[in-house]
Design a protein around this ligand. Structure first.
Ligand code: G
Ligand code: G
Ligand code: MN
Ligand code: NA
Length: 256
C-alpha cells in the first residue's frame, strides 16, 4: 500500500477528522473562535502527522478533496454546535486552505456551497492562507479573495513572517488578519531578535489596519506580554490544545 492510497480511502470513508483549537481575545479572554486542524488516525499507520499527510495530499492532488471535506466539515460542526446550544454560538471557525488547492480548485464556490449546505453565515468562517497562495499570482488572488469577502468571510495570512509577502499586496488585497508564526512567538521572551520581529509585525499591522493573531503561546508570561503589546488574539497550548468537536463545544460552554 502507499500512504497516498490509504489517504484516498480515508477521505472517501470518513477516516479523517477535524480538531479545534481555541482562539482567544487577549484583552478580554473571550473565545472568539477555533482553528480547524485535520487529523488522520489510520488503523495501521496510527496517527499520521498533519504536516506529513497534507504534503502527500498536495503532491498527489488529493488536497482538493481534503480541502473541500475540511470546509464542509467545519461549517457542519458550527451548525451542530448551534443545534446543541439552541442558538448560534458567537464563534467562528478558521479553515486552512493550501496554495495548491487554490490553484486547482474553485475555492469561492467551495466555501459558498459549504456555508449554504450547513446554513452558516460567512461571518463565522475565516480562510487561513499562506503567503505562497498570493505570491504566485496576485491578480488571481484578488479575484477569489474579493469573492470570499462577498460571502462575508474573513481572510487570515497564516505563518506570517516566514514567507515572502509583498507589502503592497498586503495593503491592497482584502486581508483581515495576520497570524504571526509560532517560530517568532514561542521564544520571543528569551530571544531579542524574535521580540523585535513580533513588535515589527504588530506595528506593520496597525499601520495597515490589520488584526493580529499570535500563534504558539505556551506560557502565561507570553500571553501577558502579547496582551501588553496590544496583540488582538492568541492561540497556543497555554490556552488549549486542539480538541475534538465535542470537547471544543464543552470548552466554549464552560467559559461562556
Ligand atoms: O497542528 P498541526 O500539527 O495540526 O498542523 C500542522 C500543519 O498542517 C499546519 O501547518 C496546518 O496549517 C496544516 N493543516 C492542518 N489541517 C489542515 C487542513 O485542513 N488543510 C490544510 N491545507 N492544511 C492543514
Ligand atoms: O501552520 P498552522 O498555523 O496552521 O499550524 C498550526 C499548528 O500549530 C498545529 O499543528 C497546532 O497543533 C500547532 N500548535 C498550536 N498551538 C501550539 C503551541 O502552543 N505550541 C506548539 N509547539 N504548537 C502549537
Ligand atoms: Mn493555520
Ligand atoms: Na502557522
Amino acid at each position: 500500500f502507499s500512504i497516498e492510497s490509504r489517504l484516498r480511502d480515508a477521505l472517501s470513508q470518513g477516516g479523517l477528522s477535524l480538531a479545534y483549537q481555541p482562539l482567544i481575545h487577549l484583552q478580554t479572554g473571550e473565545i472568539t473562535g477555533f482553528e480547524a486542524l485535520a487529523r488522520w488516525n489510520d488503523p495501521d499507520l496510527g496517527n499520521v502527522p498533519p504536516t506529513e499527510f497534507i504534503a502527500v495530499a498536495e503532491e498527489s492532488g488529493l488536497i482538493t478533496s481534503l480541502g473541500r471535506w475540511a470546509a464542509y466539515e467545519a461549517a457542519q460542526a458550527l451548525s451542530r454546535w448551534d443545534a446543541k446550544y439552541g442558538q448560534p454560538l458567537p464563534v467562528s471557525v478558521n479553515v486552512n486552505v493550501s496554495a495548491i488547492q487554490i490553484a486547482r480548485d474553485d475555492v469561492e464556490s467551495m466555501f459558498e456551497e459549504a456555508l449554504r449546505y450547513a446554513g452558516i453565515d460567512g461571518r463565522r468562517m475565516t480562510a487561513e492562507l499562506t503567503e505562497s497562495a498570493i505570491v504566485a499570482d496576485p491578480d488571481k488572488a484578488r479575484k477569489w479573495l474579493v469573492a470570499l469577502k462577498d460571502l462575508d468571510m474573513s481572510i487570515a495570512m497564516d505563518d506570517f513572517g516566514t514567507g515572502f509577502s509583498n507589502l503592497a499586496s498586503l495593503h491592497s488585497l482584502p486581508i483581515d488578519i495576520l497570524k504571526i508564526d509560532r517560530s517568532f512567538v514561542s521564544s520571543m521572551l528569551e530571544d531579542h531578535d524574535k521580540m523585535v520581529i513580533v513588535r515589527t509585525i504588530l506595528s506593520l499591522a496597525e499601520s495597515l489596519n490589520l488584526k493580529v493573531t499570535a500563534e504558539g503561546i505556551e506560557t502565561q508570561a507570553l500571553a501577558l506580554q502579547l496582551q501588553n503589546l496590544g496583540c488582538w488574539q492568541g492561540q497556543g497550548y497555554y490556552f488549549a490544545r486542539p480538541m475534538n468537536e465535542a470537547d471544543a463545544f464543552d470548552y466554549w460552554r464552560a467559559r461562556w
